[in-house]
Design a protein around this ligand. Structure first.
Ligand code: ZN
Length: 104
C-alpha cells in the first residue's frame, strides 16, 4: 500500500469496511458449502440384505447415486465403523482422508 493510503484515515476506514464485507461473504459461502450434501455412500448389499461393503462418492462423480450426506454426517458414518467404506475407482476419495483434520 502507498504511504498516501496508509496516512489517510478515511481511506483506511473505507478499506476496512470493504474487507469486513468480503469476510462476511466468504463466511456465508463456507457455511453454505459445509451444510450442503457433498457425499453419498453406495452400498453393496448381499443376498441376505445385509450391507457389508460400500463405496464413497463425492459431488461430480458419475456413479449411481446423489449426494445426501454433509461432511459432518459422512464423518459420523465413517467413524461408526458400521460399514466398511472403500474408495470409489472414479472419484477416488480415500475415506480415511475425510476423517483426518483439515490443514490450517
Ligand atoms: Zn465416485
Amino acid at each position: 500500500m502507498s504511504d498516501l493510503l496508509l496516512s489517510d484515515p478515511l481511506l483506511l476506514r473505507a478499506l476496512r469496511a470493504w474487507l469486513a464485507e468480503q469476510l462476511r461473504v466468504v463466511d456465508e459461502a463456507i457455511e453454505a458449502a459445509e451444510s450442503a450434501p457433498r457425499w453419498w455412500i453406495w452400498e453393496k448389499r448381499r443376498r441376505d440384505g445385509v450391507t457389508r461393503e460400500a463405496e464413497l462418492h463425492r459431488v461430480g462423480c458419475w456413479r449411481p447415486g446423489e449426494p445426501n450426506l454433509t461432511t459432518n454426517q459422512l464423518k459420523e458414518v465413517l467413524a461408526s465403523g458400521a460399514v466398511r467404506v472403500e474408495e470409489c475407482p472414479v472419484c477416488q476419495v480415500d475415506p480415511q482422508s475425510v476423517l483426518r483434520p483439515a490443514d490450517g
